[in-house]
Design a protein around this ligand. Structure first.
Ligand code: ZN
Length: 149
C-alpha cells in the first residue's frame, strides 16, 4: 500500500534523524536557537518577514513530540528533551501556514535542515523522502556542495 505524505515524512524522519542534529534540554534553549536562526539575513532572504515564534509546553502527555499552530505562530512541545529535527519540522509548518505534509512542507523542511543540520543530514533525509515514492526529485535540486573537503 502506498504511503500518504504524512507517513512518508514520518518514516523518512525516523530513518535519518536519530543520527543527526542537536538536542535541546529546555524551552529557553529552543527560543535562543530560533531567535538566532530567524534573525539571520539568510532566513529573511528565504522566507521574508516572519512573526516571532511563541513556544508553549504541553502539560499533557501526548504521542507527538511537537505540534504547530500556524494561525498563532505557536509551537507546542512535549515536556522534556527535544530534537533539533522536531523544532525545524514544526517551524516548517509555521512557515507554510499549514499542518499538512505536502510539497510546501517538505521543500521548507529541507531548506531548514540543509542550513541548520548540514548537508549530510539534508542529503540523507532527501534521499529517504524520494525512496518513499511520494515526493518527486523535482522537490528541490541538490545544491552545490560547499566547504566540504
Ligand atoms: Zn508535522
Amino acid at each position: 500500500m502506498a504511503l500518504n505524505e504524512q507517513e512518508a515524512v514520518y518514516d523518512s524522519q525516523s530513518k535519518v534523524f536519530p543520527f543527526w542534529g542537536q538536542t535541546f534540554y529546555s524551552i529557553h534553549e529552543i527560543a535562543s536557537y530560533l531567535t538566532k536562526l530567524m534573525d539571520t539575513e539568510w532566513f529573511f532572504a528565504q522566507f521574508g518577514p516572519t512573526p516571532q515564534v511563541a513556544l508553549k509546553e504541553w502539560k499533557d502527555r501526548n504521542r507527538w513530540a511537537g505540534c504547530a499552530d500556524a494561525k498563532t505562530f505557536t509551537i507546542y512541545l512535549k515536556k522534556g528533551n527535544q530534537a533539533e529535527s522536531t523544532i525545524l519540522h514544526e517551524l516548517a509548518h509555521l512557515l507554510c501556514g499549514s499542518g499538512d505534509h505536502g510539497q510546501c512542507f517538505v521543500d521548507t523542511q529541507l531548506i531548514l535542515i540543509r542550513q541548520q543540520m548540514g548537508f549530510h543530514a539534508y542529503s540523507e533525509y532527501r534521499n529517504a523522502l524520494l525512496e518513499t515514492g511520494v515526493f518527486t526529485p523535482t522537490v528541490r535540486p541538490l545544491p552545490k556542495e560547499q566547504n566540504h573537503g
